[in-house]
Design a binder for this molecule. Sequence first.
Ligand SMILES: [Zn+2]
Length: 378
Amino acid sequence: MEQGDEGRERLRRLRDEIKGRIDYRTFYLRYCRSANEQSSNARFQALCPIPSHNHSGRGNPSLSVDVQRGLFHCFSRDEGGDVFRFYELMHDVSFGRAINELACELGIRNTSKQLPLRFRAAPDAEAILQSETYEPLDAEQMQAICRVFLEVCDDEDQSEGINYLQRRGIDRKTIKRAGIAYFPRRAYRRVMRRMAQNFALDELQRSGLFNSREHLTFYRHRLLFPFRVENRVIYMQARTTAAGIEPRWHNLRGNVPALYNMDALVGLKSNSIVYLVEGFTDTLTLSAHGFPAVGLVGAGGLREEWLPQLARFQICLALDPDEAGRRAAQRYVEMFARRRAVAACIELPSDVNDFFRHRASAALEFALLTEMAIEKKV
Ligand SMILES: [Zn+2]
């Protein structure tokens, strides 16, 4: 244990060092997927993610973040503070632990003690450092790393991953078709070793698969969803299957390069209906029921340059029935309209996965809702 004064002094020093290096905007955005960034540069609003506030997730954004000063305030619970307070609330940890963990993420050396594995495995926080840059891998190297990583993971016991997806109504055939892979926590070191045998450390680090501490960063996130384009895996995102872990997603470096599940559209006839939904689970839920679907990462993620690939289909949006989803749907209808394309919108009482899990006749109802939405547009 540390002596009182000395310990406090060390925390003060670390706190100041963190404040000097952290990028507030990126830090808060990690936790606020629904952020409305357009509002202004100095501030943004988002749905408040603080677990103890128990927000429904459906109302108006109640969290306001001042990205210049690094302060947050939740209007609905009248609680606010700085990044350390926010970290305490998000992870339910003490002030001291918040400081130590943030320092560790930012690569600030703070103790001589060996850190627990979950810290050594934590992704580098270059992204939340102000000045750090790295040279991205070229597409071919990235694809090779993705391919081998999936193969290595696939050699491990898949059952926890498969169970997790099956509990959400996604069947084995769909899981296999989507190329999803998993590895259990106990296989972590073996998976890490095999990747280190196959690639140079520098490549692994530049891809984001390994961190600067030479550890595999996919430690809490071990259910892997590959993005395949023309039969090649070009990117990966991974989900945690445990409850209460934030952030729930971890991915390789770089921006999401495509819609999820694009390869499913390859053999599809022109003019077929294609659903545009939020996230992997909704995409795979529709796939499992025979509805061709592609997925966005987050409601706001559609990029203009992806629209031409969808031009030969009838697009039907089925985003989440929340504020972010509705706003995004409206924006996308306009984006399609500018290209003289018509996008229909289905609004379900819940997200797609919930809808299919809780209604026996969901597929039939969904087909009818589609028909109605398309008729309304024509
Ligand atoms: Zn709140």
